[in-house]
Design a binder for this molecule. Structure first.
Ligand SMILES: [Zn+2]
Length: 234
C-alpha cells in the first residue's frame, strides 16, 4: 500500500509529540499517513513493552493512520548499519511515500540523532537499484525533519490550531509515559508536569510566530521551491 506521508520515530510516541498535529491535518486533507517506530522503547523507565503496544494502537486510531509498524531495532542501539538500513529501505520501497518525516539530526537523546541519520541515509540507498531487497528501488523526494527536545532555526511552521486538541489526545494515549499524579512509577524527564505543559506552550509559541493559535515547526535541508510568492507570503 502506498502512503503519501511516512513518519519515522525512534520510540512509539516520538512522532505524536513532535508532529501529531501535522499528521492529523494531512489525513484530514485526504492523504494517507503511516508511522514506523524503530524500537519498542524497551529501555523506558516507565511502563512495559506490552503496555506501550496497547497505547500505540490507541494513538494510531486517534491519528487515523493507514499503517503503523515497528522495526524492533533494540532500544539504545539504533545503529546506522547495513542491517538497519535494509529494514528502513524495505519500508520506504514498500510504502513509497512522497514525504518522509524524520527526527531533526541534533537532540538531547542519542537515539533520536541516530534515527535521523539512519533514515536520511536509508532514503538515499533506497533509490539505488543494485541494493536488492526484492522490491523496486524508490527514493522519497523530500525528507522533512521534525524537532524533539531541541528546536533550531525552523524552515517553516504548520498551523495545527484545529488539530491541537486531537494531537493531545494521541499523546495522552501513552498514559504510562507522561504526567500522571496517580502513578507510583519513578518520575522521568518526560513525566514531569512541566514537560506536559511545555507541549502546549511550545505549540502556542510557534503558532504565534505564524499568527495562529498553535503550530508545529519543521526543518528541511533542501531549498524550498516556490512558484507563487503571493500564495505563501500574502
Ligand atoms: Zn524518543
Amino acid at each position: 500500500m502506498k502512503v503519501h506521508l511516512l513518519a519515522f520515530g525512534a520510540h512509539p510516541d516520538d512522532v505524536e509529540l513532535s508532529c501529531g498535529g501535522t499528521i492529523l491535518k494531512m489525513v484530514k486533507f485526504g492523504y494517507k499517513a503511516g508511522i514506523i517506530d524503530l524500537t519498542e522503547a524497551e529501555l523506558s523507565t516507565r511502563g512495559t513493552v506490552e503496555r506501550r503496544r496497547m497505547e500505540t494502537g490507541k494513538s494510531s486510531k486517534i491519528l487515523d493512520l493507514s499503517i503503523r509498524e515497528n522495526l524492533q531495532i533494540s532500544d539504545g542501539q539504533i545503529e546506522n548499519n547495513h542491517i538497519n538500513r535494509l529494514k528502513v529501505v524495505n519500508c520506504i520501497r514498500k510504502y513509497q511515500p512522497e514525504i518522509i518525516l524524520a527526527p531533526y539530526y541534533e537532540d538531547r537523546h542519542p537515539d533520536h540523532v541516530h534515527t535521523s541519520n539512519l533514515i536520511s541515509e536509508s532514503n538515499f540507498y533506497s533509490g539505488l537499484s543494485k541494493i536488492e531487497t526484492g522490491t523496486n528501488p524508490y527514493r522519497a523526494k523530500n525528507i522533512i525533519y521534525y524537532y524533539q527536545h531541541l528546536v533550531d532555526n525552523p524552515s517553516f511552521v504548520v498551523d495545527i490550531t484545529d488539530e491541537f486538541e486531537k494531537k493531545m489526545e494521541a499523546v495522552k494515549a501513552f498514559e504510562s509515559q507522561f504526567y500522571n499524579p496517580e502513578s507510583d512509577e519513578p518520575e522521568t524527564f518526560i513525566s514531569q508536569k512541566q514537560f506536559f505543559d511545555s507541549l502546549k506552550t511550545r505549540g502556542q509559541y510557534f503558532g504565534y510566530q505564524i499568527g495562529v493559535e498553535y503550530g508545529e515547526p519543521f526543518f528541511v535541508k533542501s531549498i524550498i521551491k516556490i512558484t507563487n510568492l503571493y500564495e505563501i507570503f500574502s
